[in-house]
Design a protein around this ligand. Sequence first.
Ligand code: FO1
Length: 314
Amino acid sequence: MKVVALSGGIGGAKLALGLMHALGPRELTVVANTADDFEHLGLLVCPDLDTLLYTLGGRADAERGWGRAGESWGCMAALAELGGPDWFQLGDRDLATHLLRTSRLRAGETLTAVMSDLAARFGIAATLLPMSDDPVRTRLKTAQGWMEFQPWFVGRRAEPAVTALDFAGAEAARPSDAVLAALADTELGAVVLCPSNPFISIDPMLAMPWLRAALHGCRAPVIAVSPIIAGQAVKGPTARMLAGFGLEVSATAVARHYGERLSGYVVDSQDAAAAAALAPLPVRATRTLMVSLDDRIALAREVLDMARSIGPRR
Ligand code: FO1
């Protein structure tokens, strides 16, 4: 069964790894949000793509979720000594990714091509794709004005509260041919919306009219996994953002946000009541907290089983 997973960083990467094991890597295409990307110290940083690259490649730091395992921070220490910006931590090994990627992009390669090569170097047999080779950048409106994503998320620890979002460049951005081909594949069995932040990880992809149209046109069922468990986000600002937008902090509210796009929804067992609230949308309740690799594979199997039972959309 072929699957396309739309993913942000840490939470999405956990399920993507489970899907890779449950399906077999060649069946899986992961499309990563790139609206968190930014230029820092002259380098293009792609947090969600790299979290997926390191997670699927078995090189992720399990504690932090982002960056590489066994990291050293010599360059950051030297940079701070020189008075350089150290609010955004780039480890020495991670820097190698950034140096190589940026130089290859400057030489004219696409982000898709560079990431495909890096994934192959890490022995990843699944397909890892940026959502687009065109730049899309999340900007957040706060009481202190508009802010760029990483200065807000990392620099200000996701403060102040967000009142509106803008995905600059999304209207004109074209998903790569590889993304469009994956969604147009007649053998596609499911599109999975990973348990990522709906507002800042999944919405930037859906903000691209080309991707929206491709998703609308594909017959595979679209199954989302809730990033909210019992009124709380496992990690990150999803719960605070829901509350800030005046929405209920619940798995149900996330499904309503995705609306008609969903063919099925997977929630945590603690949120089984969402099924009645969302009827007639098929809802499956299971353990969605992914601590171990077995948790990730078990959740992936539930998602795939649900997709099979729903079958193609008419
Ligand atoms: N997150 C942090 O909280 N602090 C950091 O210093 C930081 C550095 C960093 C470097 C490379 C990278 O790929 C990711 C990094 N992240 C860091 C995580 C990242 O910025 C966010 O988790 C995502 O953008 C949100 O999806």
